[in-house]
Design a protein around this ligand. Structure first.
Ligand SMILES: Nc1nc2c(ncn2[C@@H]2O[C@H](COP(=O)(O)OP(=O)(O)OP(=O)(O)O)[C@@H](O)[C@H]2O)c(=O)[nH]1
Ligand SMILES: Nc1nc2c(ncn2[C@@H]2O[C@H](COP(=O)(O)OP(=O)(O)OP(=O)(O)O)[C@@H](O)[C@H]2O)c(=O)[nH]1
Ligand SMILES: [Mg+2]
Ligand SMILES: [Mg+2]
Lengths: 276, 292
């Protein structure tokens, strides 16, 4: 912790810690929880404070232990959702590339049939990642694209299907229902699918992140969070509240705009960066 | 709501007749919580609460029959006052074309806002054009061209190059050649800490000499809004802000943070993906939204 001078009676130091957590978008409630958890450990040194914070923060960000992707099914279906502009399409390109590098064959499904040039954008990423591409005509039924992609994966023997969806605000009930319908179509098409439903969250997001997580989880049962744009200065502290209040683990982290800018989530590294 | 909380905290003030230090502390704490919950930057919150504290110690509160309401009124006034200062209108050129440059972080809504702005100006009787200067994002040019097509506004693009300055210059030449009176340049999303991309943006700015530089900011942006705004202000001196995605339930505290720290007012807001005109900024409305 840069500049931390630990002294249990130093109220300024505790306020300084609060400021660090709030500045990282942890929000007041989570900040208080972290500070109380640290107090209960009775830290005696700067070392105790750093280690304590790392452990507390890491635990909040990964509420279910090891955050791995379940790719045991064949094809394994990954549904990618989130509000507008968070990085879903780009993340899919990166993820497809990672999976291909680990020897898996991938199909990406362009189920954003609404936004201008959404399919063209995903198609470029598919090409870069060496993945097959399944789309439809613009304005077509998004659920049908997901269905077609799973069908194609079964026919061609592909290992993974990643479904891209249109950005939508969690407050748009009709669009959230559209997403719930897509999930039902996927589940009807393939038992157990979607095996992963990833909510893509922008690291610059403030307290609204928890609202997003709650409503998307209610609509489609989210299995993990992808935290993007962590290469900026935002710390992504909203994922602590998301983990703590909604129970969603962070599984992947986006750190740039290129094909290889996706990393598995490391809770300790994240905690260190957050309080450092 | 904050209003209810403040009424509760200061409910028996009327009986006791004056505002005690304890009462004030409780009230200020509620205000601080509301603003932090709304994503206002924590340093901006500290300064704002200090300002409210000063006014709350005055006669208007202690003499009031409803001190809670009085404090709420002060908070609303201070907030709306802060947000509303300064002109938030577009500047138009004496000799066309007026050049408007949009910039901001990745995914904030620049491309969509460029098209909405073009549509709005077209409806106001101007003859706008769009210039696609994002040469990095896959299908970025396609996206702007498709939007331009939907609103019947010409879109200038330069394919086969990664040079944003060349694309910007090309757009300006085309706008002049075709007698368009406004040129709106859409640029690639970029991080304020990416030196190369910030240099690029400065180079584009120097090439087209815009009359308006607008920072496009997502309403759900949290504490980082200050760092981003300061960096963009330092490098490209934006003179207006477009806050997007206000159709969601993000409180939009970043609007206050950016205004407080850079002094730049919000010019327009965007509340939807559909191509319709942007909305003019309403300081009092934004203040209510932020306060919850
Ligand atoms: N710096 C940075 N930029 C990113 C990252 N992930 C995505 N982006 C950028 O964010 C912008 C939006 O990405 P998209 O993939 O189009 O986001 P989306 O969620 O699919 O957007 P919609 O489909 O319109 O809702 C693009 O400019 C991406 O290059 C990241 O990890 N770091
Ligand atoms: N709900 C809502 N969505 C919006 C609004 N403005 C933009 N969007 C959506 O946000 C997403 C990103 O918009 P873009 O215009 O592509 O953002 P951008 O800043 O150009 O992105 P980059 O070029 O990658 O940096 C798209 O899905 C848009 O449709 C808005 O006011 N409300
Ligand atoms: Mg997308
Ligand atoms: Mg764009």
């Amino acid at each position: 912790l840069v500049g931390w001078r630990y002294n249990p009676d130093d109220l300024d130091a505790w306020e300084g810690l609060e400021d660090i957590l709030i500045a990282a978008d942890c929000g007041m409630a989570t900040t208080q929880e972290v500070v109380e958890a640290l107090e209960r450990r009775h830290p005696r040194s700067e070392e105790d404070v750093s280690t304590g914070l790392e452990e507390i923060v890491a635990a909040l960000a990964s509420p279910r232990g090891e955050p791995t992707l379940d790719l045991s099914a064949r094809p394994a279906v990954i549904l990618v959702v989130g509000v507008n502009g968070t990085g879903k399409t780009t993340t899919i390109g990166k993820l497809a590339s990672r999976l291909a590098a680990s020897g898996r064959s991938v199909i990406v499904a362009a189920a954003d049939t609404y936004r201008a040039a959404a399919e063209e954008q995903l198609e470029v990423w598919a090409r870069r990642a060496g993945a097959d591409f399944v789309g439809s005509s613009r304005g077509g039924d998004p659920a049908a694209v997901a269905f077609d992609a799973i069908e194609a994966a079964q026919a061609r023997g592909r290992d993974v299907v990643i479904v891209d969806t249109a950005g939508r605000l969690h407050t748009q009930t009709n669009l959230m229902e559209e997403l719930a319908k897509m999930r039902r179509v996927i589940a009807a098409k393939l038992d157990g699918a979607p095996h992963e439903t990833l909510l893509v969250v922008d690291a610059t997001t403030g307290q609204n992140g928890v609202r997003q997580a709650r409503l998307f989880d209610e609509a489609v049962s989210v299995t993990g969070v992808v935290l993007t744009k962590l290469d900026g200065t935002a710390k992504g502290g909203a994922v602590l509240a998301i983990g703590n209040e909604v129970g969603l683990p962070v599984k992947l982290v986006g750190v740039g705009e290129h094909l290889d800018d996706l990393q598995p989530f490391d809770a300790r590294d994240f905690a260190r960066a957050l309080v450092g | 709501s904050l209003s209810d909380k403040l009424q509760g905290v200061l409910s028996d003030l009327r009986r006791r007749g004056k505002l005690s230090e304890a009462d004030l502390k409780k009230a200020l704490r509620e205000i601080r919580l509301a603003l932090l919950e709304a994503d206002v930057n924590f340093r901006v919150v500290k300064e704002f609460v200090a300002r409210v504290r000063e006014r709350a110690l005055g006669a208007e509160v202690s003499k009031s029959l409803t001190p809670g309401q009085e404090v709420v009124k002060i908070v609303h006034e201070e907030l709306a006052d802060l947000m509303g200062k300064g002109s938030s209108k577009l500047a138009f050129a004496g000799r066309p074309p007026t050049v408007i440059l949009l910039c901001g972080l990745q995914g904030s809504g620049k491309t969509t806002a460029s098209a909405k702005l073009a549509l709005q100006l077209r409806k106001e009787g101007k003859s706008p054009a769009l210039a696609a200067c994002d040469l990095a994002r896959p299908a970025a040019i396609d996206q702007l061209e498709q939007l331009g097509c939907q609103i019947q506004v010409p879109t200038y693009a330069l394919r086969g190059t990664g040079d944003a300055v060349a694309a910007a210059r090309h757009g300006l030449e085309q706008a002049r050649a075709q007698g368009r009176d406004v040129l709106i340049l859409d640029t690639a999303g970029r991080l304020h800490v990416d030196e190369q991309l910030m240099d690029d943006l400065v180079a584009v700015r120097q090439t087209v000499r815009p009359h308006d530089v607008l920072l496009v900011l997502d309403a759900m942006t949290g504490q980082d809004a200050v760092t981003v705004a300061e960096a963009f202000a330092r490098r490209v001196a934006f003179d207006g802000v477009i806050m997007t995605k206000l159709d969601g339930d993000a409180r939009g505290g970043a609007a206050l943070s950016v205004k407080a720290v850079t002094g730049v007012p919000i010019t327009f807001t965007s509340s939807g993906e559909k191509l319709e005109p942007l909305e003019a900024f309403h300081p009092a409305r934004m203040a209510s939204r932020i306060l919850g």
